[in-house]
Design a protein around this ligand. Structure first.
Ligand code: GLY
Length: 590
């Protein structure tokens, strides 16, 4: 049975039983209390707590979905036989429709009758001082002929909440081949931020079953990595590293690459851009780890293009969007690789020195450690995420002082924030996507001029080449701007000249550059350009240059286009398939 057949069987099974099928939500959740979507129930939080009406939204009190999930909690375990960061979760949900009896009956019927699998045993909540033992679930299981019912406490058989508050309750879990496969949550409570429980007015059902583990059981495979969700990626990686003996260490690396590349691809396809904060940082961590492991396996330069094709193939039927965003995804990975590959080499050398230092002069010979300041220097100079340093150190039996790293990080953030405010009158730098960086006020002035020039260039390209042009990436240094955009072919010399002339015309007109704050939706309605699918906050800043250009942007910009100076395109070249790259400069005004 293929994983696609399992997906279909699952949805059909619940559709037949009165469930509305709801598509997976984005990996970037609406719920701001969590960074990423980690469970199928997240998109239904308002329905569980009575804030939204399921009948109005779905036409039923019961729903089923296959949800893309990303969990960072298990990231260090990835590489063993069962842990993943990216996975799909099959789930059925009820918001006051049915409760324990139907939920357990459905689960048993699906596993045993539909899939023909054998349940090893199940578990239920054993009870504690606050929440009573779940004797009802135990009774239901036994009435269905499942007699091995094990009892566990809060750690194992109590769910939630996601974020710092939300629905929660006791669970009953199904084990096949010794592995937990399906978790049925009975949301009877609302967990408040102080961890106290409040009884929910209407109890709900929230179940989650990992597709990968289920596929391993249904396909009779010893681990998830032999299923059709992974085998083609693993095989392709073997072909890409022909000289390598796949020992235990390499098998672990292959598994990490196979998991992380999926995570990266799905995060990017949901609009996450690598950065140093929040979801962007998770993506950066994953990408940088991938880049390191690809090096260890000696994969060829374009390995991710080959692997992307495998991933798009595996997921094509369920997520056709991946193929549609092929260029965007590959460009994002390539950009990060360009940024990091060189630094990785130098940083690894520096890391080796730090490791030697930790070994040579240990404060405690039982506990070798790289200091927080050293780990921070690796981050600052070579872009090594703390977790990467931690992992490299762990391979040598050395720890990293993470707490003091975080203190260094915070201290540094405060210094740079104070510096920015002092120098630029509280004008925030747009450091979110790592685009505007400057060491001195003079440099900042230059990159600011190039930043406004980038907006004019974007609009000019759209007017001359067509509105299919959209920004795919931007990088500004004091010397030049670099702008990547979707366009199928090389620009002619005439096109380049017309774009350059149009930008210079707008500079000559000395248009005022104005900033206005508004709701994101309103900005889009007014025709403001926004970066490719990035998740924006509800309120955004919109910068416009006269009536010529309008973009959602964090700034800063010059106040009139005349301040930019003369604009010149230095180079137009290919960035990746379907994406062109322009490098341009502005003449210094004296
Ligand atoms: N919300 C149920 C689960 O994720 O297991």
């Amino acid at each position: 049975m293929t994983s696609q057949q399992i997906r279909q069987k699952f949805l059909e099974f619940f559709e037949k039983r009165g469930h509305a099928i709801v598509p997976s939500s984005s990996l970037l959740p609406d719920d701001k209390s969590v960074l990423l979507t980690t469970a199928g129930m997240q998109q239904f939080k308002p329905h569980f707590i009575g804030q939204a009406d399921p009948v109005h939204d779905f036409g039923s009190r019961n729903t089923a979905s296959i949800q893309k999930c990303f969990r960072t909690s298990d990231i260090d375990e990835v590489g063993d036989e069962s842990h993943l960061t990216f996975f799909e979760m099959l789930g059925n949900f009820s918001f006051g429709g049915y409760f324990k009896k139907e939920a357990i009956e459905y689960a048993r019927e699906f596993i045993v009758k539909e899939l023909g699998l054998k349940i090893d045993y199940v578990s239920v909540f054993e009870g504690d001082s606050e929440v009573p033992a779940d004797i009802e679930s135990e009774r239901i299981w036994k009435s269905l002929g499942v007699h091995d019912v094990r009892k566990f406490g809060r750690e194992d058989n109590f769910w939630g909440p996601t974020g710092n508050e939300g629905p929660c309750g006791p669970t009953t879990e199904i084990y096949i081949n010794g592995v937990e496969v399906w978790n049925l949550v009975f949301n009877e409570y609302y967990c408040l931020p102080d961890k106290s429980l409040k009884k929910l007015e209407r109890p709900g059902v929230d179940t989650g079953m990992g597709l990968e583990r289920l596929a391993a059981a249904a396909q009779g495979m010893p681990t998830i990595f032999e299923t059709d969700l992974f085998a083609p990626i693993k095989d392709a990686l073997k072909v890409l590293s022909p000289g390598k003996d796949l020992g235990e260490r390499e098998i672990r690396h292959v598994r990490i690459i196979a998991d992380h590349i999926k995570g990266a691809i799905f995060l990017i396809s949901d609009g996450v851009v690598p950065s140093n904060v929040e979801a962007g940082y998770v993506l950066r961590r994953v990408l940088r780890k991938l880049i390191r492991y690809a090096k260890l396996l000696e994969l060829p330069g374009d390995w991710f293009t080959v692997i992307f094709t495998e991933v798009a193939e595996i997921y094509g039927a369920a997520y056709p969007k991946l193929e549609n965003y092929r260029n965007e995804i590959l460009t994002a990975i390539k950009n990060e690789e360009e940024k990091f590959a060189k630094a990785l080499e130098k940083g690894t050398k520096e890391f080796e020195k730090l490791a030697e230092k930790a070994k040579a002069a240990p404060r405690d010979p039982e506990h070798l450690e790289i200091s927080g300041a050293d780990a921070f220097a690796l981050f600052e100079t070579y872009g090594f995420p703390l977790e990467l340093t931690g992992e490299m150190a762990a391979e040598k039996g050395i720890a990293v002082d993470e707490e003091s790293f975080r203190r260094e990080f915070k201290k540094h953030q405060e210094i740079s924030r104070a510096g920015t405010e002092k120098k630029f009158g509280g004008h925030g730098l747009s450091v979110e996507a790592g685009e505007l960086r400057a060491a001195t006020p003079e440099e900042l002035l230059k990159v600011t001029r190039l930043h406004t020039a980038t907006h004019l260039l974007h609009q000019a390209l759209r007017e001359i080449l067509g509105s299919h042009v959209k920004q795919m990436g931007s990088d500004i240094t004091p010397e030049r701007l670099r702008f990547d955009f979707a366009h199928p072919q090389k620009m002619t010399d005439e096109e380049k000249k017309r774009v350059e002339d149009l930008v210079n015309e707008k500079i000559k007109e000395d248009l005022p550059v104005l900033m206005e704050e508004m709701n994101f939706e309103e900005a889009i309605k007014q025709g403001a350009l926004a970066f490719f699918k990035e998740k924006y906050p509800e309120r955004v800043k919109v910068y416009s240059a006269g009536n010529f250009s309008k973009e959602v942007c964090g700034g800063p910009h010059v106040s009139r286009t005349g301040e930019i100076g003369k604009f010149r395109i230095a180079k137009e070249e290919s960035s990746s398939a379907g994406v062109r790259r322009i490098k341009a400069m502005v003449e210094t005004i004296v």
